[in-house]
Design a protein around this ligand. Structure first.
Ligand SMILES: Cc1ncc(COP(=O)(O)O)c(C=O)c1O
Length: 394
């Protein structure tokens, strides 16, 4: 039977590459998975106080439907974090709790995109932004990031046209680990405001920043139409629990219509997981030292991987400032036609599974993404294998 044409526009390189890994697995050889950014799959387990809150919630029968907009206590705690600490103007009524940032992104895109609208994104970008935009009939227009990690504002301006609907920022970025400074955030906001564009900012990696301080978009949002997405998967190691949220800048009158209507989507899907919201509330109000411990461990792994990669034939790797990915450039020479071919060849020759850069948009081509969450010994093993593979290939 026929399926919708729009379903054909959906892709997700990070998981789509697993189909190749399944083929490789049939040979019985070991795979080193460096493709999915799931801290819980490695040595970053969900902190005990968060797990206990979840268990307590079930023990006390708090597993019924809760408010569609989110559990009021969690919405209040989100206001404490995103407004009092990070500066975005919010009341609990501006917060919508979702089953992960992914659901929040789906709701926001579904609420604003109409046929042929364009979403501007700095490339390379996290693929669901393109998939959801296309699913709802829109398209993606990438703008450049300069070598110093700041957005190319002239390029951004040149890409704005009648169809432009929103600028999306992922800060810190997946896949590059780039972190925007305040000046860059402010410039992007000014350009968006001048052109009546939504600003959708994903700060899911806000706790995982290495060298410079991190500033959320709330610090410079003022009355601009800023919609913030955030969640618990990464900083709180709660990937499988599925909890995130949408915050709608209370000071923006341009967002009044979105604020009035997006909750319809929340009601139609009833509510997000109540016991998990209780655990998320414990995450925000409990000890935060696990975040610093995570960052210390990740910094060592980042340094190890970027140093090793830069020693290899044909590889150039920028040191990421946040998140847990490196995105090296690879000299494909005449050996591989595309970065996908490179990644598949590397998988079949070494068992190391990474993701092809073009899966993160046009600006990602000739790159590949490595997740550096594993412990040092596994990372060293993967690096040795990649080194040998490149020495033989190039
Ligand atoms: C930038 C970004 N946003 C959202 C997500 C998904 O978040 P969640 O697990 O809350 O759905 C990811 C996961 O890799 C991500 O990198």
């Amino acid at each position: 039977m026929k399926i919708s044409e729009r379903l054909g526009r959906v892709e997700y390189a990070i998981r789509d590459i697993i189909l190749h890994a399944r083929e490789y697995q049939k040979t019985g050889k070991k795979i080193i998975y460096l493709n999915i950014g799931d801290p819980v799959a490695f040595d970053f387990k969900t902190p005990t106080h968060i797990k206990n809150a979840l268990i307590d919630a079930l023990t006390h029968d708090n597993d019924y439907y809760t408010d569609s907009e989110g559990w009021p206590e969690l919405r209040q705690s989100i206001v404490e974090k995103e407004s009092k600490k990070k500066g975005l103007a919010l009341t609990p009524e501006d917060v919508l709790v979702t089953n992960g940032v992914s659901e929040g992104l789906d709701m926001v895109m579904g609420s604003i995109i109409e046929d042929n609208d364009e979403i501007l994104l700095p490339g390379p970008y996290y693929p669901p932004y393109a998939s959801y935009a296309k699913f709802y009939g829109g398209n993606i227009n990438e703008f450049k990031i300069l070598d110093d990690g700041t957005p190319d504002l002239d390029d951004l301006r040149s890409k704005i046209n009648r169809k432009s609907k929103a600028i999306c920022l992922i800060n810190p970025n997946n896949p590059t680990g780039e972190v925007f400074d305040l000046k860059s955030l402010k410039s992007v906001i000014d350009i968006a405001s001048e052109n009546n564009l939504y600003i959708i900012c994903d700060e899911i990696y806000d706790g995982i920043v290495f060298d410079s301080g991190f500033y959320g978009i709330g610090k410079v949002a003022k009355d601009a139409p800023v919609v913030l997405l955030n969640g618990f998967s990464k900083t709180y190691s709660m990937t499988g629990l599925r909890c995130g949220y949408i915050c709608i800048n209370n000071d923006s009158r341009q967002l009044d219509s979105l604020r009035r209507n997006i909750f319809k989507l929340a009601r139609v899907r009833i509510a997000s997981n109540f016991p998990v919201q209780i655990a998320a509330n414990a995450a925000l109000n409990g000890p935060q030292d696990h975040i610093n411990e995570m960052v210390q461990k990740l910094r060592k792994r980042r340094d190890l991987v970027s140093k090793r990669l830069n020693e290899f034939n044909g590889v150039h790797c920028k040191k990421p400032k946040g998140a847990f990915y490196v995105f090296p450039e690879i000299d494909l020479s005449s050996k591989w036609k595309t970065d996908l071919e490179f990644v598949i060849d590397m998988l079949n020759s070494t068992g190391v599974l990474t993701v092809h850069g073009s899966g993160f948009g046009n600006d990602g081509s000739k790159h590949f993404r490595i997740v550096y969450l594993p412990e040092e010994n596994m990372l060293e093993e993967a690096m040795d294998k990649i080194d040998l593979f490149l020495k033989r290939a190039l």
